[in-house]
Design a protein around this ligand. Structure first.
Ligand code: ADP
Ligand code: ADP
Length: 222
């Protein structure tokens, strides 16, 4: 089963007379249970591709199906709904809410989805335990190391059982030891059946995926 199907995707940015073709005829499919990395140097189009995969931006040309949904047929509200039900995001900068505890950060997506309090709490504790933070559930992000914060973000990404985990430079702000721990958890998620797309400029990180897609000048070349 396909989670992602992209056909002939192009993305053009126009700023006055300046036209940038950030993506040039991208074809990509990702099946359920895959662990794929997308790797390329700065300016190669990774962020642009990630934004389209994550339904944060739309392509200029081509077709994009997310879990069978034709994204061209959806308006902004429907895309936002699809994004929150289908995708768990992990960012380089963690993007945790500083005033909330680890537990509350993980509960937040479940609050938006209307999950009852008790169920929400139990699931958040279970997810934080899975990432090794059962003793830190009431800590705020400032009281956690970078690696621990990223593990909270991973637990949050899983909260609503998304079909796809989209990780953008998840180890980019971490020292090498914490980076290794985070990659270990991401690999474990894949072993449990989660579909993962990892975006990075670092070939050593990319090579830990089961399949590597190389991008340069907006084109997939390998
Ligand atoms: P990467 O994430 O690999 O660094 P990007 O997707 O950010 O690559 O950028 C690909 C190309 O598109 C670059 O030439 C970049 O300058 C350009 N670009 C990215 N976003 C925009 C934008 N919002 N407006 C104009 N040009 C952009
Ligand atoms: P990354 O570290 O992920 O490669 P970038 O620095 O390429 O991030 O881009 C950060 C943000 O700025 C992205 O949302 C991207 O779309 C936007 N961006 C990148 N290049 C340009 C540009 N030339 N003009 C306007 N926005 C850009």
């Amino acid at each position: 089963k396909n989670v992602i199907t992209m056909k002939n995707i192009s993305k053009i940015y126009k700023m006055g007379d300046n036209i940038v073709k950030a993506l040039d005829n991208i074809n990509l499919t990702v099946d359920e249970g895959e662990f794929v990395s997308i790797v390329g140097p700065s300016g190669s189009g990774k962020s642009t591709l990630m934004n389209i995969i994550g339904c944060l931006d739309v392509m200029t040309e081509g077709e994009y199906y997310l879990n069978g949904n034709d994204t061209r047929k959806l308006n902004e509200n429907k895309l936002a709904e699809l994004r929150s039900s289908e995708i768990g995001f992990i960012f380089q900068s963690f993007n945790l809410l500083q005033k909330l505890s680890a537990l509350e950060n993980v509960e937040l997506p479940m609050i938006y989805k209307g999950i009852p309090a008790k169920e929400r709490y139990n699931r958040a504790v279970e997810l934080l335990t899975m990432v090794g933070l059962e003793k830190r559930i009431h800590h705020r992000p400032t009281e956690l190391s970078g690696g621990q914060q990223q593990r909270v973000a991973i637990a949050r990404a899983l909260a609503n059982n998304p079909h796809l985990i989209l990780a953008d430079e998840p180890t980019g702000n971490l020292d090498s030891q914490s980076g290794k721990e985070v990659m270990k958890i991401i690999k474990e998620l894949n072993e449990r059946g989660n579909t993962i797309i990892l975006i990075t400029h670092d070939i050593n990180v990319a090579n830990q995926a089961k399949r590597t897609v190389k991008i340069m000048d907006g084109k997939i070349y390998e």
